[in-house]
Design a protein around this ligand. Sequence first.
Ligand SMILES: Cc1cc2nc3c(=O)[nH]c(=O)nc-3n(C[C@H](O)[C@H](O)[C@H](O)COP(=O)(O)OP(=O)(O)OC[C@H]3O[C@@H](n4cnc5c(N)ncnc54)[C@H](O)[C@@H]3O)c2cc1C
Ligand SMILES: NC(=O)c1ccc[n+]([C@@H]2O[C@H](COP(=O)([O-])OP(=O)(O)OC[C@H]3O[C@@H](n4cnc5c(N)ncnc54)[C@H](O)[C@@H]3O)[C@@H](O)[C@H]2O)c1
Length: 492
Amino acid sequence: MSAPHGTQERPAYDVIVLGAGPVGQNVADHARAAGLSVAVVERELVGGECSYWACVPSKALLRPVIAVADARRVDGARQAVTGRLDTDGVFSRRNRYVSDWDDSGQVQWVKSIGADLFRGHGRLDGPRRVTVTRDDGSRQSLTARHAVAVATGSLPNLPDVPGIEEARPWTNRQGTDSSTVPARLAVIGGGGVGVEMATLWQGLGSRVTLLARRRLIPRLEPFAGELVAEGLTAAGVDVRIGVQVTALRRPDPKGPVTLTLDDGSELETDEVLFATGRTPATGDIGLDTVGLTPGSWLDVDTTCLVEGVDGDWLYALGDVNHRALLTHQGKYQGRTAGDAIAARAAGRPLDDSPWGDHATTADQHAVPQVFFTDPEAAAVGLTAEQAADAGHRIKTVDLDFNAAQGANLYADGYPGHARLVIDLDRDILLGVTFVGPAVSELLHSATIAVAGEVPLKRLRHAIAPFPTVSEIWHFLLAAYQREQETPRAAPA
Ligand SMILES: Cc1cc2nc3c(=O)[nH]c(=O)nc-3n(C[C@H](O)[C@H](O)[C@H](O)COP(=O)(O)OP(=O)(O)OC[C@H]3O[C@@H](n4cnc5c(N)ncnc54)[C@H](O)[C@@H]3O)c2cc1C
Ligand SMILES: NC(=O)c1ccc[n+]([C@@H]2O[C@H](COP(=O)([O-])OP(=O)(O)OC[C@H]3O[C@@H](n4cnc5c(N)ncnc54)[C@H](O)[C@@H]3O)[C@@H](O)[C@H]2O)c1
């Protein structure tokens, strides 16, 4: 078949990767390392949302806010923290971490692994074919011998509320790339983006109102959302839970935005940021040409092969498969799928049994997640409710962190709480949640315990150094052991 007018034919690649975010980069890297030829297609910046408008800039902006909050918890240091954050310094720190939104470093990385980069919008054009449309409208057709990996990520999901267009709301984009601090900011949504954006902009000097229709960070244990709400309130955020926005208006584009709330009240603000979840970036990638529904999340098997497509050639990784919208989990999928693609291409047997080299088993059992709020909230595995719903016979152990001297030495009166969810039948951890200063760096110990299914009998031999925040492990395990040893009262 000849190429349509304006379309250049290209030699085939073994693998075509659609989207050069962190996930696309990882699948490309692993496929290349196995000796496969790889084309990477990117329509915007190599590095994706994560590098320029999500994880990296948000954490670069949050770190100064949290560093100051941590210093204020230490007698002697507190007195040295006077005045406000230097916003120019904070913004230029962020600009450094996003390389001023210049992706040449990451482009160089793609070249360095020996992959070819095609700039433009990629669309499937039937099985194993991709068409790339450049900004000038010209097109290139590519063919994949073995696999196409879709890693196009996700977009902000804006609710259909009257006046939302007129309000010109912020999304994660303006929430991470703005260099001016609105005097007042309303944040809608109490998930990860909502709580982090509220922490960040309040810390930078905005008067933030956080509107959430239900509890904060609802995928974590309920106490996590409660402690994060307390922290936000203490920082000055007006946290309102159980509230919905029903309409917005901004008659003067340079003037304030007025929100109408479902309790009948109104809220005037200078900017409004919607953090109401994500929608898959699959609306315009030619899914219909391979029998799939445009705009849908892509269901995948454990090797990240898309379900419902014949021939074992279409993979979906990262946000688009909706397993866990997290960079580290998507990168894990990218590494695993890259290895699976290479094995299939070479005709080697796959090890896709649970925890095998070509299985993304951790997606089901051990997804770690940290919210960089003050206090931080960190969790891995199942919550107590999820574990009970899944039919496990469980026991939970709860402790405040100030049980551990190391935690108190880290922050006077360390405000934090920890929970273990224990599988009574297997004597292993199904889930762990920590809330408190610096728990982000504690979480990997829990991830190892959960993913490794380390028996508690053995975990007791993993000693935390004195005096560190990690000592909480000892107190949690000792509390559980004591309970096990305490003879129960005979039933009446
Ligand atoms: C504010 C915010 C903070 C976050 N913080 C964290 C965090 O701290 N830690 C964490 O783990 N996760 C965090 N996340 C989630 C994380 O950003 C995503 O899970 C991650 O970016 C997913 O990576 P990805 O490669 O799948 O997609 P993306 O990073 O979105 O990359 C997809 C790429 O594909 C490109 N693309 C899309 N369609 C096409 C097409 N048709 N043709 C060519 N290219 C295309 C896009 O331009 C983009 O470059 C955060 C999210 C937000 C919104
Ligand atoms: N540090 C991190 O790892 C980090 C930080 C931010 C985001 N993320 C991830 O990025 C993804 C996107 O985050 P997110 O916070 O946008 O999504 P989310 O799905 O986690 O939370 C969205 C929240 O908005 C609420 N919501 C939805 N529609 C609404 C409406 N019409 N009105 C009011 N509230 C509404 C939902 O109830 C939910 O609580 C998540 O998977 C999150 O885990 C991770």
